[in-house]
Design a protein around this ligand. Sequence first.
Ligand code: NDP
Length: 323
Amino acid sequence: MKAIVVERLGPPDVMEIKDIPVPQPGEGEIRIEVEAVGINFADVLAVAGEYLTRTRVPYTPGMEFAGIVESLGEGVTSVKVGQRVACLGGSGALAKYAVVKATGIIPVPESFTGAQAAAFPVSYFTAYHGLKTLGRGQEGEWVLVQAAAGALGTASVQLAKAMGMKVIAMASIEEKLQLARDLGADVTLLQDDPDRVQKVRDAAGGKGVPLILEVVGGPRFQESLDMAADQGRVIVIGNASREQANMRPVELMKRNLTVTGLWLTSMMNDREATVAAAQALTPLVASGQVTPQVGPTYALAESARAFQDILDRKTIGKVVIEP
Ligand code: NDP
């Protein structure tokens, strides 16, 4: 079968399309015919060798995908052949078929297309944990969403609005801000606006923002602290700038700030939090209050270009590759 193979880590053009054997499902596993792969910034970092976990080569990228169950390994009774499912695995989805543990699949609403299903789990569970589980966001409270037109950003804007929060959305270009407004953002601001710190503080009633979903990192991390209200919560979810941030802990002390890290992979080990997130998301999806924003869609052979477009900040919504 055709698959993307990475033999050495580096920029997106290290990804090659090759013929590899179709993987066989072992005990407790299922094989899925991949319909759509949701591409996360994490995939780009993994190929570059800059992710939180070490990337072992050779490997086939693709951690989040949706597809049709094609064959069952021994002992699997929880799913049926022909069923559409979404999956979160470590890797392997940029291929015609992928094998995952049957326990690792995520049910998706029947109304979702394959692309929507592939665009859902990572972005929406992360947004929920950022806004609620760790962020403790309250109805009527302001939240700052960075990279607001991206996969996580659009999920965060939608969810925050569905929870009754007020949203300040930041992004790099006007077209991205327009999408954030279309999704309900109350205030939008270009990421490079020279007066951004003061404007964000003013927008949130002059006192700063009580909750910030921080995904840029580097020198921008200090700006997030400057934008936060006293006693504010800054949830560190990403480091899209790929630069180091400096933090002076005494500043947190002085302003009673809380900085909390969020990594979905380790949050998934918290079963109670995962079930609570799923229970909160299900009715919002069913009522159409949140809908995955599928962005540009690429063929398998265009995977390197898809990854490069994410790095170049050209994409809006969730990038999807259809093998
Ligand atoms: P996106 O679809 O949001 O794409 C990344 C966005 O980040 C770009 O559109 C761009 O938005 C912004 N960006 C890219 N490069 C830079 C840069 N050099 N400086 C500032 N901003 C940049 O991707 P994801 O939704 O997958 O991820 C968004 C962020 O959230 C990433 O940092 C990612 O690592 C993180 N994340 C973390 C998770 C976790 O478990 N901790 C889970 C999911 C995502 P713009 O052009 O508007 O600035």
